[in-house]
Unconditional design. Structure first.
Length: 340
């Protein structure tokens, strides 16, 4: 039986809704002059400024989107709900699972598994080491940075762009540089997953493209998400709304984060998106407010629901989470009081 929301939780959830109005997420529009004595000269100046702003906007990177549309979380009338095939809401501070749906069902995690790739890379360190791109690194479809054989980048630069834009050739380059081959790196991923307690997962590549015998669950992905969030290098990378990347030939290009919740809701702190035909839309998102921290895992969603539902689950989770530090980042405790 679903418990009634407490007065405190209801109040915090209402505050999250109010504080998430478009005015707090997007820049406030310029105020129009109401003076009847405004001259044509002022009007002309305003037009010039508007034209200058438009030109400035056009000069930004072709990959940088316009101001993000705000995402407003919606309240649940009868407890948390989601259309995703599997989901889990996790309290980072206490270790409690706040909500789950088919959390142990095997699913294809798509690019959300790049959090595990990043965790292996970040934990082994030496991130300023140079990576020389090889031809085998470029053999990745369909989302690519278009690395070229002979290009040279640091591990740190590749790790950051991987978390922001999810390029598959970058994942291959990091894996090969770290372990000698994609296959050897997958073995390291599985070893790290085992130490995290991910007992219902198996990985065969660093990027998440569908392959036989590659799978995970919402519960297991919450475990790797929590460990990744505890890593300051990864936490900084996943929180970037955009990144400027310098290619080996000197070109600089700005990329926006694939996570629309991060770009559209002020309390979201990042994490990782994913999509393949087999996996559907997947999203691991995190949020923080007044010392409360939560992670939401959604696997097997669709484009029309994934962003809004993730944001709503984050807001609901924050209203239920504890603001007291709890258990170790590699372990979770307790079971959900809310199940769908």
């Amino acid at each position: 039986m679903i418990r009634k929301v407490t007065t405190l939780a209801s109040g915090l959830l209402a505050a999250l809704m109010v504080c998430s109005s478009p005015m707090t997420v997007m820049a406030a529009p310029a105020k129009k002059s109401t003076s009847s004595q405004s001259s044509k000269k002022k009007s002309s100046t305003a037009k010039k400024r508007s034209t200058a702003k438009k030109k400035s906007s056009r000069r930004s990177s072709a990959t940088a989107n316009s101001a993000p549309k705000p995402i407003i979380p919606t309240a649940f009338a009868h407890g948390p709900q989601t259309t995703a095939a599997a989901a889990l809401v996790f309290d980072l501070s206490s270790g409690r699972i706040l909500f789950e749906k088919n959390a142990d069902a095997r699913r294809v995690p798509a690019s959300t598994q790049k959090l595990l790739t990043a965790l292996v890379i970040a934990e082994e360190g030496n991130l300023d080491k140079k990576v020389v791109i090889q031809h085998s690194d470029t053999l990745a479809e369909p989302v690519k940075l278009y690395l070229k054989k002979g290009d040279v980048y640091t591990r740190r630069d590749l790790l950051n762009i991987l978390m922001v834009r999810s390029f598959n050739d970058v994942a291959r380059a990091l894996a090969r540089d770290n372990a000698g081959s994609v296959e050897a790196f997958a073995a390291k991923m599985n070893q790290r997953a085992a130490r995290l307690g991910m007992r219902n997962s198996h990985f065969t590549n660093p990027h998440g493209l569908t392959e036989p015998d590659q799978f995970s669950t919402a519960r297991d992905m919450a475990r790797v998400a929590r460990a990744a969030y505890a890593n300051p290098i990864i936490r900084e990378a996943i929180g970037r709304k955009e990144i400027s990347f310098r290619y080996s030939d000197g070109r600089i290009r700005t990329f926006t984060n694939t996570n629309r919740v991060l770009r559209g809701w002020q309390y979201c702190t990042g994490m990782k998106t994913g999509y393949t035909n087999a996996a559907g839309h997947c999203l691991i998102s995190s949020a923080e407010h007044q010392g409360r921290k939560v992670i939401v895992v959604m696997l097997g969603s669709d484009k029309s629901h994934v962003w809004q539902e993730s944001c709503s689950l984050l807001a609901w989770g924050l209203s239920r989470a504890s603001n007291t530090a709890g258990v170790d980042s590699d372990n979770d405790t307790g079971r959900s009081a809310y199940r769908q």
